[in-house]
Design a protein around this ligand. Structure first.
Ligand code: FE
Length: 186
């Protein structure tokens, strides 16, 4: 009898151990079940992920080294280094082709030739964007005055600045560097 009583702690310990192990076994089984799901279920899950991705704005992220290899020195200086090209000595200020001006870095469509006008500044000027979602604006205090910088919403390329002295339609003047643009005829 005394021997049996002495075994009680041992039996309790074994029972406790079994209780602890059982949920683990259950979890393992659930994990196995997830892994053994039919192909259809995992495809549905992937489709859900894809849907989420398309709802988000498509971003282009590259290192400075990668941009440097993709662009000419002038394009890199202006688009990635917030530079300004000289007026009247750039590719598109007096260009009159019909088409769309894309971001030179990522191909994002930025300005239509239909919104281009001669501002007399020596830089390509537009009174509107192709879509407000394709550009971003932010305050630029770099020259001691507050200007509104315009960047590509997809890759953050510096494009130029926007001023409120444009033609009547929008009264905006997007003053853009040719080096940040790539014209595509349409
Ligand atoms: Fe871009």
């Amino acid at each position: 009898m005394i021997n049996k009583l002495q075994n009680i702690p041992l039996i309790s310990a074994v029972l406790l151990l079994l209780c602890l192990l059982l949920p683990c076994n259950k979890a393992d089984t659930a994990e196995e079940q997830r892994n053994n799901l039919p192909e259809g279920n995992s495809t549905l899950h992937k489709q859900g992920d894809k849907q989420k991705e398309t709802d988000m704005p498509e971003r282009i992220n590259k290192t400075d080294e990668e941009w440097c290899q993709l662009l000419t020195p002038e394009q890199y200086k202006v688009a990635r280094g917030k530079g300004t090209e000289p007026p009247f000595a750039n590719k598109y200020y007096n260009f009159k082709g019909n088409g769309v001006y894309q971001c030179v870095c990522c191909g994002n469509e930025l300005f239509s030739s239909e919104a281009k006008f001669d501002s007399g500044t020596g830089w390509p000027s537009f009174w509107d964007t192709v879509s407000g979602q394709n550009v971003k604006t932010s305050a630029d205090k770099s020259l001691g005055v507050i200007r509104t910088e315009v960047t590509c919403s997809r890759c953050d390329a510096h494009l130029g600045h926007v001023f409120e002295d444009g033609p009547p339609t929008t009264k905006l003047r997007y003053c853009i560097n040719s080096a940040s643009l790539k014209f595509v005829e349409k």
